[in-house]
Structures are given as structure tokens and as C-alpha cells.
Design a binder for this molecule. Structure first.
Ligand code: FE
Ligand code: FE
Ligand code: FE
Length: 164
């Protein structure tokens, strides 16, 4: 838990811990989403984002080391909930096409949560003068945004059509 939240530095640390927990949860969840995906492009998308997510964990660790912060010991409850919803979806009996559309819906919720978290954290880092941290957080933010765009394209270009 956070015993003090008095400064923007404290709040920044809290945001980093939350992201660190969220990303580590996703490293475990993404392989399950990949194997639940029926469409090859969707499955490859999840696999690619798993690799990016592992790299995102490493970026956060790099920031933690540079700023002398221990990012462990916190659980992002929102990500727990989002992943639980995704797992609920995967346990349903659905046609292949509808399952893929549902997986996209679940993972876009996840990406939007991350986009919001990284946008805030990058802005705090800039405000606090942590230029290298801000740069790393912006790199991850761009990956999350690109992932969201690709999911959108897959859904709109043909998966939702097939699910109809
Ligand atoms: Fe991520
Ligand atoms: Fe959270
Ligand atoms: Fe992501």
C-alpha cells in the first residue's frame, strides 16, 4: 500500500507501480488470449503484443532502477477485473467469429486502460523533469495506441462482418 501521497513524485510512483502490476498480469494473460483466437492475424497480433508487453515490463524496471523505486508489491485491481472479464468471455461457447470479435472487445478495453495510465505517467515524468523516464513511457504509450488501432482495423475490416 501507499503510506504517503503528498507530492507529484509520490503519485508518479503510485502510477508506475500500477502499470508494473498491470503489465505483469498481461504477460500471463496474453498467451491465453492468443490461443483462444481463431483468426490467424488476431492470434499473431496477440503474440506480437506479448513480446511488446515483455519489453514494456523491462522499460518500467529500467525506470524503477534509474529513479531508485521498487515497483513491486502492488496489484492493479482494474487489470485483474479486465482480465477476469476476458476469461469469462473465453469460457463461453461461441462461434469462432463471435469469439474473435469478443476477444477484440475485451482487449481494446485493456489497451484503453493502459493508454490512459501511460498518458498520465508520461505527463507526470515530463513535469518532474525525468526526461529519460518520459521518453520510455512515451514509447510504450505509442505501442499501446498502435495495438489499439490494429485491433480496430481487424474488427472493422472483417471480423465483425464474419460474426454477423
Ligand atoms: Fe502494455
Ligand atoms: Fe490500476
Ligand atoms: Fe497493451
Amino acid at each position: 500500500m501507499f503510506d504517503k501521497l503528498e507530492t507529484l513524485d509520490d503519485l508518479f510512483e503510485m502510477q508506475l507501480k500500477d502499470l508494473y502490476s498491470a503489465e505483469n498480469q498481461l504477460v500471463k494473460a496474453l498467451p491465453k488470449m492468443a490461443s483462444a483466437a481463431k483468426d490467424a492475424r488476431l492470434r499473431q497480433g496477440f503474440e506480437k503484443h506479448l513480446q511488446e508487453t515483455q519489453n514494456q515490463v523491462a522499460r518500467l524496471e529500467q525506470i524503477g532502477q534509474a529513479l531508485n523505486l521498487d515497483l513491486g508489491g502492488h496489484t492493479c485491481k482494474a487489470m485483474e477485473g479486465l482480465i477476469a472479464e476476458g476469461q469469462e468471455t473465453m469460457s463461453e461457447r461461441a462461434t469462432d467469429e463471435v469469439m474473435d470479435a469478443a476477444l477484440i472487445a475485451a482487449s481494446q478495453r485493456i489497451e484503453h486502460y493502459e493508454i490512459s495510465g501511460y498518458g498520465t505517467a508520461a505527463h507526470f515524468a515530463e513535469r518532474l523533469g525525468y526526461d529519460e523516464a518520459a521518453n520510455l513511457l512515451r514509447q510504450t504509450l505509442e505501442e499501446e495506441q498502435l495495438t489499439d488501432t490494429k485491433l480496430n482495423d481487424l474488427a472493422k475490416s472483417y471480423i465483425n462482418q464474419k460474426a454477423m
